[in-house]
Ligand binder design. Structure first.
Ligand SMILES: Nc1ncnc2c1ncn2[C@@H]1O[C@H](COP(=O)(O)OP(=O)(O)OP(=O)(O)O)[C@@H](O)[C@H]1O
Ligand SMILES: [Mg+2]
Length: 264
Protein backbone atom coordinates (compact mmCIF):
# COMPACT_ATOMS: atom_id res chain seq x y z
CA UNK A 1 0.00 0.00 0.00
CA UNK A 2 1.35 3.43 -0.86
CA UNK A 3 2.00 5.78 2.04
CA UNK A 4 0.59 9.30 1.50
CA UNK A 5 1.61 10.87 4.79
CA UNK A 6 4.47 10.08 7.14
CA UNK A 7 4.97 11.82 10.46
CA UNK A 8 8.19 11.23 12.38
CA UNK A 9 8.88 12.30 15.96
CA UNK A 10 6.56 15.32 15.76
CA UNK A 11 6.86 17.85 18.60
CA UNK A 12 4.60 20.88 18.99
CA UNK A 13 4.93 23.62 21.62
CA UNK A 14 2.66 26.40 22.75
CA UNK A 15 5.25 28.66 24.40
CA UNK A 16 6.87 26.63 27.15
CA UNK A 17 4.13 23.96 27.09
CA UNK A 18 4.77 20.94 24.88
CA UNK A 19 1.38 19.64 23.66
CA UNK A 20 2.78 16.96 21.31
CA UNK A 21 5.84 15.08 22.54
CA UNK A 22 7.32 12.97 19.75
CA UNK A 23 4.53 11.34 17.75
CA UNK A 24 5.12 9.12 14.70
CA UNK A 25 2.64 7.53 12.32
CA UNK A 26 1.95 6.88 8.65
CA UNK A 27 -1.26 7.07 6.66
CA UNK A 28 -1.66 4.84 3.60
CA UNK A 29 -3.86 5.41 0.57
CA UNK A 30 -7.44 4.40 1.29
CA UNK A 31 -6.78 3.90 4.99
CA UNK A 32 -8.83 5.21 7.90
CA UNK A 33 -6.56 5.89 10.87
CA UNK A 34 -8.09 6.83 14.21
CA UNK A 35 -6.43 9.03 16.81
CA UNK A 36 -8.21 8.67 20.13
CA UNK A 37 -7.52 10.26 23.50
CA UNK A 38 -9.11 12.34 26.19
CA UNK A 39 -9.58 16.08 26.07
CA UNK A 40 -6.31 18.00 26.02
CA UNK A 41 -4.15 15.03 24.92
CA UNK A 42 -3.00 16.89 21.78
CA UNK A 43 -5.16 15.44 18.99
CA UNK A 44 -6.30 18.73 17.45
CA UNK A 45 -2.77 20.06 17.76
CA UNK A 46 -1.58 17.24 15.49
CA UNK A 47 -4.40 18.03 13.00
CA UNK A 48 -3.64 21.76 13.01
CA UNK A 49 0.07 21.11 12.54
CA UNK A 50 -0.58 18.81 9.56
CA UNK A 51 -2.75 21.53 7.99
CA UNK A 52 -0.01 24.11 8.52
CA UNK A 53 -2.11 26.12 11.00
CA UNK A 54 0.37 25.44 13.79
CA UNK A 55 4.15 25.25 13.59
CA UNK A 56 5.99 22.05 14.53
CA UNK A 57 8.82 22.54 17.00
CA UNK A 58 10.52 19.31 15.96
CA UNK A 59 10.25 16.22 13.78
CA UNK A 60 9.25 15.79 10.15
CA UNK A 61 6.01 15.63 8.14
CA UNK A 62 6.32 14.08 4.68
CA UNK A 63 3.61 14.06 2.01
CA UNK A 64 3.52 11.89 -1.08
CA UNK A 65 1.17 12.44 -3.98
CA UNK A 66 -0.81 9.48 -5.22
CA UNK A 67 0.19 9.46 -8.86
CA UNK A 68 -2.48 6.94 -9.81
CA UNK A 69 -5.31 9.38 -9.14
CA UNK A 70 -6.19 11.59 -12.08
CA UNK A 71 -7.44 14.91 -10.78
CA UNK A 72 -7.90 18.03 -12.89
CA UNK A 73 -6.89 20.09 -9.87
CA UNK A 74 -3.72 18.21 -9.07
CA UNK A 75 -0.91 20.57 -8.28
CA UNK A 76 -3.25 23.55 -7.92
CA UNK A 77 -4.84 23.06 -4.52
CA UNK A 78 -3.52 21.18 -1.49
CA UNK A 79 -4.44 17.51 -1.52
CA UNK A 80 -5.46 17.59 2.13
CA UNK A 81 -8.59 19.05 3.68
CA UNK A 82 -9.94 19.24 7.20
CA UNK A 83 -13.44 19.03 8.59
CA UNK A 84 -13.96 20.68 11.93
CA UNK A 85 -15.66 19.51 15.10
CA UNK A 86 -18.11 22.39 15.18
CA UNK A 87 -19.77 21.97 11.79
CA UNK A 88 -22.38 24.69 12.28
CA UNK A 89 -19.74 27.15 13.51
CA UNK A 90 -17.32 26.31 10.68
CA UNK A 91 -19.90 27.34 8.04
CA UNK A 92 -20.46 31.01 7.23
CA UNK A 93 -23.91 31.85 8.69
CA UNK A 94 -24.55 34.38 5.90
CA UNK A 95 -23.96 31.93 3.06
CA UNK A 96 -26.38 29.39 1.63
CA UNK A 97 -25.22 25.89 0.77
CA UNK A 98 -25.06 26.95 -2.90
CA UNK A 99 -22.76 29.86 -2.04
CA UNK A 100 -20.60 27.84 0.39
CA UNK A 101 -19.93 25.06 -2.09
CA UNK A 102 -20.06 27.39 -5.09
CA UNK A 103 -17.08 29.38 -3.87
CA UNK A 104 -14.86 26.34 -4.29
CA UNK A 105 -16.60 24.85 -7.32
CA UNK A 106 -16.27 28.15 -9.21
CA UNK A 107 -12.55 27.74 -9.06
CA UNK A 108 -12.57 24.22 -10.49
CA UNK A 109 -15.26 25.03 -13.10
CA UNK A 110 -13.21 27.94 -14.39
CA UNK A 111 -10.60 25.40 -15.41
CA UNK A 112 -13.21 23.26 -17.17
CA UNK A 113 -14.60 26.33 -18.96
CA UNK A 114 -11.10 27.39 -19.99
CA UNK A 115 -10.35 23.94 -21.35
CA UNK A 116 -13.57 24.15 -23.41
CA UNK A 117 -12.37 27.45 -24.91
CA UNK A 118 -9.89 25.56 -27.02
CA UNK A 119 -12.84 23.52 -28.40
CA UNK A 120 -15.49 24.50 -30.91
CA UNK A 121 -17.29 27.33 -29.09
CA UNK A 122 -17.27 28.88 -25.62
CA UNK A 123 -19.99 27.85 -23.16
CA UNK A 124 -23.01 30.14 -23.02
CA UNK A 125 -23.91 31.85 -19.73
CA UNK A 126 -26.78 29.41 -19.31
CA UNK A 127 -24.49 26.40 -19.86
CA UNK A 128 -22.01 27.81 -17.36
CA UNK A 129 -24.72 28.17 -14.70
CA UNK A 130 -25.93 24.65 -15.45
CA UNK A 131 -22.40 23.21 -15.14
CA UNK A 132 -22.00 25.10 -11.86
CA UNK A 133 -25.26 23.75 -10.37
CA UNK A 134 -24.53 20.23 -11.59
CA UNK A 135 -21.17 20.24 -9.82
CA UNK A 136 -22.80 21.35 -6.56
CA UNK A 137 -25.56 18.74 -6.84
CA UNK A 138 -22.96 16.04 -7.53
CA UNK A 139 -21.17 17.03 -4.32
CA UNK A 140 -24.40 17.04 -2.29
CA UNK A 141 -25.20 13.62 -3.71
CA UNK A 142 -21.83 12.30 -2.53
CA UNK A 143 -22.68 13.22 1.06
CA UNK A 144 -26.31 12.08 0.85
CA UNK A 145 -28.03 15.49 0.70
CA UNK A 146 -30.68 16.49 -1.82
CA UNK A 147 -30.75 19.67 -3.85
CA UNK A 148 -33.55 20.88 -1.51
CA UNK A 149 -30.86 22.32 0.81
CA UNK A 150 -29.22 24.43 -1.93
CA UNK A 151 -30.74 27.71 -0.81
CA UNK A 152 -30.70 27.04 2.93
CA UNK A 153 -28.54 28.80 5.49
CA UNK A 154 -26.73 26.85 8.26
CA UNK A 155 -29.31 27.95 10.85
CA UNK A 156 -32.04 26.32 8.76
CA UNK A 157 -30.37 22.91 8.77
CA UNK A 158 -29.83 20.20 11.41
CA UNK A 159 -26.39 19.51 12.93
CA UNK A 160 -26.07 16.35 10.82
CA UNK A 161 -26.93 18.24 7.62
CA UNK A 162 -24.38 20.96 8.45
CA UNK A 163 -21.77 18.28 9.07
CA UNK A 164 -22.52 16.79 5.65
CA UNK A 165 -22.21 20.22 4.02
CA UNK A 166 -18.83 20.73 5.69
CA UNK A 167 -17.73 17.29 4.44
CA UNK A 168 -18.95 18.23 0.93
CA UNK A 169 -17.00 21.51 1.14
CA UNK A 170 -13.83 19.55 2.00
CA UNK A 171 -14.47 17.12 -0.87
CA UNK A 172 -14.94 19.97 -3.37
CA UNK A 173 -11.16 20.33 -3.48
CA UNK A 174 -10.79 16.64 -4.38
CA UNK A 175 -8.41 15.93 -1.50
CA UNK A 176 -6.47 12.72 -1.19
CA UNK A 177 -6.41 13.03 2.59
CA UNK A 178 -9.29 14.12 4.79
CA UNK A 179 -8.63 15.10 8.40
CA UNK A 180 -11.81 14.78 10.43
CA UNK A 181 -11.42 16.36 13.87
CA UNK A 182 -14.22 15.01 16.09
CA UNK A 183 -16.68 15.06 13.17
CA UNK A 184 -19.51 13.46 15.10
CA UNK A 185 -19.12 14.49 18.74
CA UNK A 186 -21.79 17.19 18.44
CA UNK A 187 -24.30 14.79 16.89
CA UNK A 188 -26.72 12.32 18.43
CA UNK A 189 -25.93 8.62 18.21
CA UNK A 190 -28.08 7.71 15.19
CA UNK A 191 -26.76 10.67 13.15
CA UNK A 192 -23.22 9.79 14.32
CA UNK A 193 -23.57 6.34 12.77
CA UNK A 194 -24.78 7.80 9.46
CA UNK A 195 -21.92 10.30 9.21
CA UNK A 196 -19.37 7.58 10.12
CA UNK A 197 -20.86 5.29 7.46
CA UNK A 198 -20.56 8.17 5.00
CA UNK A 199 -16.83 8.46 5.75
CA UNK A 200 -16.47 4.73 5.14
CA UNK A 201 -18.36 5.01 1.83
CA UNK A 202 -16.15 7.92 0.72
CA UNK A 203 -13.07 5.84 1.39
CA UNK A 204 -14.56 3.01 -0.68
CA UNK A 205 -15.85 5.19 -3.54
CA UNK A 206 -13.12 7.83 -3.77
CA UNK A 207 -10.16 5.93 -2.32
CA UNK A 208 -9.84 8.69 0.27
CA UNK A 209 -7.39 8.38 3.17
CA UNK A 210 -8.93 9.61 6.42
CA UNK A 211 -7.42 10.69 9.73
CA UNK A 212 -10.32 10.37 12.15
CA UNK A 213 -9.90 12.13 15.49
CA UNK A 214 -12.20 11.28 18.39
CA UNK A 215 -12.20 11.14 22.17
CA UNK A 216 -14.59 8.21 22.19
CA UNK A 217 -13.26 4.72 21.38
CA UNK A 218 -16.78 3.55 20.49
CA UNK A 219 -16.80 6.06 17.61
CA UNK A 220 -13.66 4.74 15.94
CA UNK A 221 -14.17 1.06 16.68
CA UNK A 222 -16.10 0.06 13.58
CA UNK A 223 -14.70 2.60 11.15
CA UNK A 224 -10.92 2.63 11.52
CA UNK A 225 -8.40 0.17 10.13
CA UNK A 226 -5.79 1.24 12.66
CA UNK A 227 -6.00 3.19 15.90
CA UNK A 228 -3.44 5.25 17.82
CA UNK A 229 -4.32 6.03 21.44
CA UNK A 230 -2.96 9.34 22.67
CA UNK A 231 -2.24 10.35 26.26
CA UNK A 232 -0.68 13.65 27.32
CA UNK A 233 1.06 14.33 23.99
CA UNK A 234 2.25 10.78 23.29
CA UNK A 235 0.92 7.67 21.54
CA UNK A 236 0.60 4.90 24.14
CA UNK A 237 -0.97 2.23 21.90
CA UNK A 238 -0.96 1.88 18.12
CA UNK A 239 -2.09 -0.96 15.93
CA UNK A 240 -4.84 -2.65 13.95
CA UNK A 241 -8.20 -1.61 15.43
CA UNK A 242 -9.16 -5.15 16.49
CA UNK A 243 -5.75 -5.67 18.06
CA UNK A 244 -5.94 -2.46 20.13
CA UNK A 245 -9.43 -3.41 21.30
CA UNK A 246 -8.63 -7.02 22.18
CA UNK A 247 -5.08 -6.64 23.47
CA UNK A 248 -4.48 -3.09 24.73
CA UNK A 249 -0.96 -2.73 26.09
CA UNK A 250 -1.19 0.48 28.11
CA UNK A 251 -3.20 1.01 31.30
CA UNK A 252 -4.57 4.19 29.75
CA UNK A 253 -6.13 2.30 26.79
CA UNK A 254 -7.52 -0.30 29.20
CA UNK A 255 -9.16 2.50 31.21
CA UNK A 256 -10.60 4.07 28.03
CA UNK A 257 -11.95 0.68 26.95
CA UNK A 258 -13.52 0.11 30.35
CA UNK A 259 -15.33 3.42 29.92
CA UNK A 260 -16.97 2.37 26.61
CA UNK A 261 -20.62 1.65 27.39
CA UNK A 262 -21.73 -1.89 26.62
CA UNK A 263 -25.19 -3.00 25.69
CA UNK A 264 -25.82 -6.43 27.14
N1 LIG B 1 -3.42 27.89 20.91
C1 LIG B 1 -3.04 27.32 22.07
N2 LIG B 1 -2.26 27.98 22.97
C2 LIG B 1 -1.85 27.41 24.09
N3 LIG B 1 -2.16 26.15 24.48
C3 LIG B 1 -2.94 25.45 23.65
C4 LIG B 1 -3.42 26.00 22.41
N4 LIG B 1 -4.18 25.06 21.78
C5 LIG B 1 -4.17 23.97 22.61
N5 LIG B 1 -3.43 24.21 23.72
C6 LIG B 1 -3.18 23.25 24.80
O1 LIG B 1 -2.55 22.11 24.25
C7 LIG B 1 -3.08 20.92 24.81
C8 LIG B 1 -3.60 20.02 23.70
O2 LIG B 1 -4.72 20.69 23.08
P1 LIG B 1 -5.53 20.03 21.88
O3 LIG B 1 -6.53 21.01 21.45
O4 LIG B 1 -4.56 19.52 20.89
O5 LIG B 1 -6.21 18.78 22.63
P2 LIG B 1 -7.29 17.75 22.09
O6 LIG B 1 -6.73 16.39 22.34
O7 LIG B 1 -7.70 18.09 20.72
O8 LIG B 1 -8.51 17.99 23.11
P3 LIG B 1 -10.11 17.94 22.85
O9 LIG B 1 -10.49 16.48 22.87
O10 LIG B 1 -10.68 18.67 24.03
O11 LIG B 1 -10.41 18.62 21.55
C9 LIG B 1 -4.13 21.35 25.82
O12 LIG B 1 -3.55 21.32 27.10
C10 LIG B 1 -4.48 22.76 25.40
O13 LIG B 1 -4.84 23.52 26.52
MG1 LIG C 1 -9.53 18.73 19.85
Amino acid sequence: MSVLLEVNDLHVRYGSYEAVKGVSFALAKGEILGIVGESGSGKSTIAKTLMGLQKASGGTILFARDRNVASPLRGVVPSMQMIFQDAVGSLNPRMTVRQTLGEIIEFSNRRIIESRRSGTRPLTRRERIQAFDNSIIRLLDLVGLSSAVLDQYPREMSGGQCQRVSIARALACQPEILIADEPVSALDVSVQARVLNLLRDLRRDLGLSILLIAHDLAVVKNVCDRICVMEKGRFVDCGAAAEVFEHPTSDYTKRLLAAVPRIS
